[in-house]
Design a protein around this ligand. Sequence first.
Ligand code: ATP
Length: 419
Amino acid sequence: RSSRIKNSVKDAWRKRFIQENDNSFELDAAILMHPRVWEASGHVGGFSDPLVDCKECKTRHRADHLIEGFTSDVIPDTMTDEEMINYIRENNIPCPKCGKSNYTDIREFNLMFETHRGVIKDDKSVVYLRPENAQGEYVNFLNVQRTMRAKVPFGIGQIGKAFRNEITPGNFTFRTIEFEQMEHQLFCKPGTDLEIYEHYKEYAKKFFIDLGLPEEKLRFHDHDKLVFYASAACDIEYKYPFGYGELNGTHDRTDYDLSQHQKFSGKAQDYLDPETNEKYIPYVVESTVGCDRLVLALLCEAYEEQTLEDGSTREVMHFKPFIAPYKVAVLPLVKKFHSEKANEVYRELSKYFMCTYDESGNIGKRYRREDVIGTPYCITIDDETLNNNTVTIRDRDTMEQITLSLDEVKDYIKEKIEF
Ligand code: ATP
């Protein structure tokens, strides 16, 4: 079921960032690319986390996370490694495991997973599992631009796995070592980038709200310290039960990445503007979303333990219908009399939507089973269906039922589950 939720989230992203977004193209780039790609991007030299070991209980921690958990008076992103460890020692920040405060110095730990290509395992055969999707879009920028005859501004988007050797994975799927990103890179004329950057910040926020995250639990977090090549960067954070966490990043990456790939590959990355005849390396505005983090936010938001008017309780997932793993449950009222017709309806509706079928237990229990997995509509097949070709459709949230003729059901559901 969770893979269905994920697929629905990906479909929604694809619709919003590719299909409805003028001039945007989807890509499926390689996970293992030439190692020079990661030298050019700076990941080999600098994609690392600041780690400290607790000398007492031998557990390993991220120095920036220790400080963030202790105070909001300072921002670790703006501190050097030396400043961070001094701060930790001066304030006796306790180890989350043993409570003592006795740490090693900070070591930078590269987050990229390595493997080897070919039969000989040596330094020359090292390849990396991609730690982000973006570089795949950058190294394919000219392929896409030429084959699609694209004119700036245009976008390349990609949904795919990324891998990071996170030292402190946790909070369920918030931080894992293998996760999926949904990334969109907008290639534009230098000078137009900041306006586009502002647009994508809002565009991503609206996407989250439309998926069902309340605006009051979302906040922008502008970066105080920018990497040297970026001219603006902002995260959108969602208020998870364990605190605010990053869902998305919008970054104005200037022409840095394409210039680096030009330098390392020796291949010009220029774009020839057909209107002005100017040649330039486009600027890039990135909007990146962690699919797993978004699914986790939607799960947290959807869950409710509800007390009903009669004092009974039910667990319900209030997913927007297009997110729900099943759109429809088909339920014969009495197995003996109604299952044949119900099967027929189930098979017909399954041509159009993800449906589920349940004939075991009383109808109340079956409704509850659907509530807890968030099925928005339950269709009950009873004598009325056999005699008059009508069914009742129960709404998950209001629990109200309406009666429809069988031939109206498909269009009724179709309209309700659109994103
Ligand atoms: P964090 O600061 O939380 O480590 P990040 O700034 O390194 O995240 P980015 O490099 O901007 O993250 O990655 C883009 C998106 O990928 C993030 O906004 C997040 O949603 C997702 N993401 C990053 N790391 C992980 C992870 N380890 N597990 C799940 N999702 C992740």
